[in-house]
Design a protein around this ligand. Structure first.
Ligand SMILES: [Fe+2]
Length: 293
């Protein structure tokens, strides 16, 4: 895997923070061409009102257009449970291929049942343009990128490594934030620990970009650190914390967490690559399964 690492390639990374969901979306540009990728976009929802809008996605689109960039990829690090993806909206405006981890099939099977989806909901990942397997490589302009399979938070999580930058999704938070929960269906604290070790095995100077930050202890929002910093200081997995320590801590903590505010709409939309489901008349509609989660 680390054969693919090329620290001499330094992509230009532009971060867009969404303060409604504490998500960071990225535009990652090739330093040698005008090609780029967007990682983990956000579609805005006022869930109480059932209203979807596109301010965050429009800001990403405007930046790509103003800089005259060609969008090669729209990447989802995983099926997010706390925000809706704007991937199809962005694709419609800018093109690009939507990619996610191949284990999306497991997520679709699990939540297809939870939401009692009919056969019109395909559980074969066909809503996406590309399903990445562990170690798969792809191009963003002249840059080589690759995906590392990192399950544990969800069964389909991938970390994407592009030159000297890795987009870690929800495998890791900033060193003072620790790690993401591992108690969703298909999640597993021990598996997450093992996946995090794959990230920590990357070169010390590798830049790491978070998908979320919650500004713990009142600090300002941050999203960039390094492998070396995480290995030394991450409060959940750094400084030699053992797998057993991590599983015990993570399991006890997760038992106390409420479900994310937007998990019900997020899963229904994100397991469809960002498309809102429709009723039999073709109207966009979301379900709330009672006691289903
Ligand atoms: Fe997540």
């Amino acid at each position: 895997m680390n054969d693919h690492v090329n620290m001499n390639v330094v992509p230009d990374v532009s971060a867009h923070f969404d303060d409604a969901t504490n998500t960071i979306s990225y535009i990652v540009k090739d330093s040698d061409s005008d090609h780029c990728a967007i990682i983990d976009s956000v579609m805005d929802i006022d869930y109480a009102a059932g209203r979807i809008t596109y301010d965050h996605a429009d800001a990403l689109i405007a930046e790509v257009q103003q800089r005259g960039l060609t969008l090669d990829w729209i990447i989802e690090t995983h099926v997010h449970a706390d925000h809706l993806s704007a991937a199809p909206y962005i694709q419609q405006k800018l093109g690009g291929k939507i990619g996610v981890g191949a284990k999306i099939l497991v997520v679709q099977e699990t939540f297809g049942k939870v939401f009692n989806e009919g056969t019109e909901f395909q559980r074969d990942g066909s809503q996406f343009d590309q399903l990445f397997e562990d170690g798969d490589t792809y191009k963003i302009g002249t840059m080589d990128a690759f995906a590392i399979y990192t399950p544990g938070h969800t069964p389909a999580c991938m970390v994407h490594v592009i030159g000297n930058a890795a987009f870690v999704g929800d495998t890791l938070f900033m060193p003072d934030g620790g790690s993401a929960r591992a108690d969703f269906p298909g999640g597993d604290a021990g598996v997450l620990y093992d996946s995090i070790q794959k990230v920590l095995a990357l070169p010390d100077e590798m830049r790491l970009f978070m998908c979320h930050d919650y500004g713990p202890n009142g600090r300002d929002i941050q999203w960039e650190t390094t492998v070396g910093e995480e290995r030394a200081h991450n409060i959940h997995v750094g400084a030699g914390k053992t797998r057993e320590d991590f599983i015990k801590f993570r399991t006890e903590r997760d038992a106390q967490l409420d479900m994310p505010r937007l998990i019900i709409p997020s899963l229904q939309v994100n397991m469809r690559a960002g498309e809102v489901p429709t009723d039999k008349d073709g109207n966009p509609v979301l379900k709330v399964p009672v006691n289903g989660l």
